[in-house]
Structure formats: C-alpha cells, structure tokens
Write a protein that binds this ligand. Structure first.
Ligand SMILES: Nc1ncnc2c1ncn2[C@@H]1O[C@H](COP(=O)(O)OP(=O)(O)OP(=O)(O)O)[C@@H](O)[C@H]1O
Length: 274
C-alpha cells in the first residue's frame, strides 16, 4: 500500500462535479449539482430516500452518464469509465456486501484489483507471468486484510463469518487497490455501536494517513456528523447544503428536508422516510 507514506494534502481536488444533472425520463435524479472532495477530506452525502445519492455515486463510477455537466477525477478531463476505475484510483463499496459466496476472503479481496474475474487474468497473461501477478495480488490482499485486523480470515468463506467481519472484507476489497478516491455506500449499515466506532476510526485514518479522499453515503446521521469534515445534502436531486456538520445541522432547509424527519422517526439510521 504505497499511498500510506503520503501525508494528507487537503488542497488537491480529487473529485469534482460541475453542474451535473441526470434525468431518467421525467425523473430528475440530479439537478445541477456542484460538489468537490479533496485529498484527505471526508465528505458525507445525505438526503431522504430517492434524493439522488446512489445516482451521484453511479455518475462518479461511470455507470450512469450525466445528462449534462462534468465529472472530473483528479486531473483527468475525460469522463469516468467503469472498467478504468481502479487504474484511475477510484474504489467503491456497495450498499449490500457484494461478496462472492464461493470464493475465499482473500480471493474476494483480490477481485478488487481487477475488473476481470479471478482466473481470467491467468488465462490472459500465460502461466508464469500470471503466477507472479497472482502472488503480488495475494500479498496485497493480505496487507489490506491486515490493515483492517482480519488477516486471519483470509482462507475462510464469507458466509462463515459474522456480518461485521464480512463488512470489513468488503472494505478491504475497496482498499486493496490503494485508491485515491474512496466511495463508501452505507458503510455503517447493519453494524452495532462498537463496530461503528471502529469504522469511524478506520475512515479517519484512511483520510489522515493515506490522504484518501472519501465520499460516503450514510443514513446514520450521528456518524456522519461526528466523522465528516463536510456534509452535502441532496433533496429531490438538488444540493441544498454543502457545509460543516455544525452548519448543516442548524440549516432550516436541511432540518425540514431530512434531519427533522430523521430525528422524529429514525434517529440511528435506517433510511430517511419520504
Ligand atoms: N435507472 C433508473 N431509472 C429510472 N429512475 C431512476 C433510476 N435510478 C434512480 N432513479 C430515480 O432517481 C431518483 C434518485 O434515486 P437514487 O437511487 O439515486 O436515490 P437515493 O438517494 O440513493 O435513494 P436511497 O436512499 O433510497 O438509496 C429516484 O426518484 C429514483 O426512483
């Protein structure tokens, strides 16, 4: 994990969305959104169900093309493309775990190094070269597991592990490529208080020691407010706030659109009802 030596340099913009809109037929999923995330910065993305959070992630990953506007990753001027994400320094965790049930934890994490399925690499490269790549990939996977304190699970199947450990495996799969930009989709979903506290520390460390730019979607408002440097709030596809946690929490528009509902109905997560 070579990036671990690099100190955080909050001045470098790692991700920028400029005037991005996405329409699905008559639905405006994103409405002229501007957003940036810099190296070493943790930005939370919140909003009610259907506000456009997943669509924004999908735009950054090249899964959804903006109807208009521009997305930039690092200094690149070309739009994000799904199959180049790892090479462009982007990794993402999924809302569900998305682990391969029939593969070991190590093999699952190795899959984060390539969009190719495990085994396809060997066929493409030829045996000796593939074996070298395989050993490097195994070492990197073990390092990622080590960093999250679960290296002892490398040979196990995900289904044999408790949910919080599987959640870490999914995070290790994102970290194995040493991403400069990390997108976390509901990282605290399904976790208890102790695991959420550890997760918060892990995310802080990733930003502080590796200089990783982190954008996270999360319904656990307490976690978002305590962890993030900045919080962006979407409502009906519009960015209605982008400020410090304290500013966002006292913003009447945010309270009306999301936080008021959260406080009344689901103070510790579970999705903002609309
Ligand atoms: N592929 C699609 N086709 C049509 N409409 C879509 C598509 N994807 C998303 N939408 C719509 O776009 C809007 C934004 O959806 P999105 O999933 O991005 O919201 P979200 O904030 O992630 O919601 P949640 O918190 O429930 O995951 C919603 O109205 C949704 O129904």
């Amino acid at each position: 994990m070579s990036r671990s030596a690099a100190p955080a340099t909050a001045a470098t913009t790692r991700l920028s969305l400029h005037d991005v809109s996405v329409r699905f037929g008559g639905v405006v999923a994103l409405d002229h959104v501007d957003l940036t995330v810099s190296d070493g910065e943790v930005v939370g993305l919140i909003g009610p169900n259907g506000a456009g959070k997943t669509t924004l992630f999908n735009v950054v990953c090249g899964i959804v093309r903006p109807t208009s506007g521009e997305v930039r990753i690092g200094a690149s001027s070309r739009p994000p493309v799904t199959h180049r994400l790892v090479r462009d320094g982007v990794a993402r965790t999924l809302q569900g775990l998305g682990l391969f049930a029939g593969l070991t934890v190590r093999a699952n994490v190795m899959a984060g190094l390539s969009t190719a399925a495990p085994g396809m690499l060997a066929a493409a490269l030829g045996a000796p070269r593939a074996a070298r790549h395989e050993r490097t990939a195994e070492r990197r996977a073990d390092d990622a597991l080590d960093a999250l304190g679960i290296r002892d699970t490398a040979g196990r199947l995900p289904g044999d592990l408790p949910y919080p450990v599987r959640k870490r495996v999914a995070l290790a799969r994102a970290l194995v490529s040493d991403p400069a930009l990390l997108l976390l989709d509901e990282p605290a979903g399904g976790l208890g208080a102790a695991d959420i506290t550890e997760l918060a520390q892990t995310v802080r460390d990733l930003a502080a020691t590796r200089g990783c730019a982190i954008l996270l979607v999360e319904h656990h408002v307490d976690l978002v407010m305590s962890l993030c440097d900045r919080v962006a709030v979407l409502d009906f596809g519009r960015l209605i706030a982008d400020a410090t946690p304290a500013e966002v929490q006292s913003d009447p528009a945010v309270v009306e659109a999301y936080l008021g509902i959260e406080a009344d109905v689901a103070p510790h997560g579970g999705g903002g009802p609309r």
